[in-house]
Design a protein around this ligand. Structure first.
Ligand code: ADP
Ligand code: MG
Length: 255
């Protein structure tokens, strides 16, 4: 019983309980002040380690997801977007679709909140323990094309393949050539029935064929994407434009 706190901390670290090691002095002080029983002390110690580990895991998954910005579903003003209901958003938030490897497609013109909603869903997934990857279609095509010679792209692709949810934003802003469409097909095929994919696009699947060039590949991609899918159409006028900041007058709302 002659160990110093320092010794005990070292042994916790040796047992890979780093969080407990650093929190130990404060926990001991609290235990003395509140006269915890031995059992209470142990419970607090374990709860502390588990809570810190989970927080660190969430941080790690957030970093891995690479969201362009963080906006939650709570920040999404449902009254501004009449084409989705609170019930729909709440249902999506429950993540049953992710549990069952369903895909989601969000369609609508620019500024209606597609990216906001998918980031919000991505955050919910991360808090529930899922691995999420976010990237735009432009980034994805670049990564797919450079995987052979850029180790950064190779690492990124590995991250995408290991994710439970892959969010591909702005699917069809760019036309793909045949090679790109082929690479995209292989990725989608690899993720099929293992992970969920969320796609956002300003064009519907009926127009994707033109942009992918090859009808055969388009059919194969759509086949996998649309097999188990929920499509959400957002039609309300652009939130960006409704709430644009203007230099003429005070009624403007900053977005
Ligand atoms: P899209 O991806 O459909 O082009 P975004 O999701 O990027 O549109 O939305 C544009 C901006 O407007 C973002 O800053 C987003 O947070 C905001 N926005 C859009 N719709 C809403 C909404 N219903 N409530 C709150 N903010 C919104
Ligand atoms: Mg967007």
């Amino acid at each position: 019983m002659n160990s110093t706190i320092q010794d005990i901390q070292d042994r916790f670290r040796h047992l890979r309980l780093a969080e407990t090691a650093s929190g130990l002095p404060a926990l001991l002080r609290k235990a003395e002040q509140a006269s915890w029983t031995y059992q209470e002390f142990l419970e607090e110690l374990l709860a502390f380690e588990l809570k810190r580990r989970e927080e660190k895991n969430v941080e790690r998954r957030l970093k891995w997801a690479k969201f362009p910005y963080h906006k939650t579903l709570d920040e999404f003003k449902i009254e501004e977007q009449k084409s989705v209901s609170t019930r729909q958003i709440n249902q999506l938030r429950e993540l049953n679709w992710l549990e069952q490897q369903y895909n989601l497609i969000l369609l609508g013109p620019p500024g209606v909140g597609k990216t906001h909603i998918v980031i919000g869903l991505g955050l919910e997934a991360i808090y529930k323990g899922y691995k999420v990857a976010f990237l735009t279609m432009g980034e994805l095509v670049h990564v797919l094309k450079t995987q052979e010679y850029l180790s950064k792209s190779k690492t990124l692709l590995k991250r995408i393949r290991e994710s439970d949810l892959v969010i591909i934003d702005d699917l069809m802003y760019m036309a793909m050539d045949q090679r790109e469409a082929n690479l995209f097909f292989h990725l989608v095929n690899g993720l099929y029935e293992k992970s969920s994919i969320i796609l956002t696009s300003n064009k519907g699947p009926d127009q994707w064929g033109e942009l992918m060039g090859d009808q055969g590949i388009t059919t194969a991609i759509l086949d996998r994407l649309l097999h188990r899918v929920e499509v959400i159409q957002l039609n309300e006028a652009s939130y960006r434009i409704k709430h644009r900041s203007t230099i003429f007058g005070d009624e403007s709302v900053q977005t």
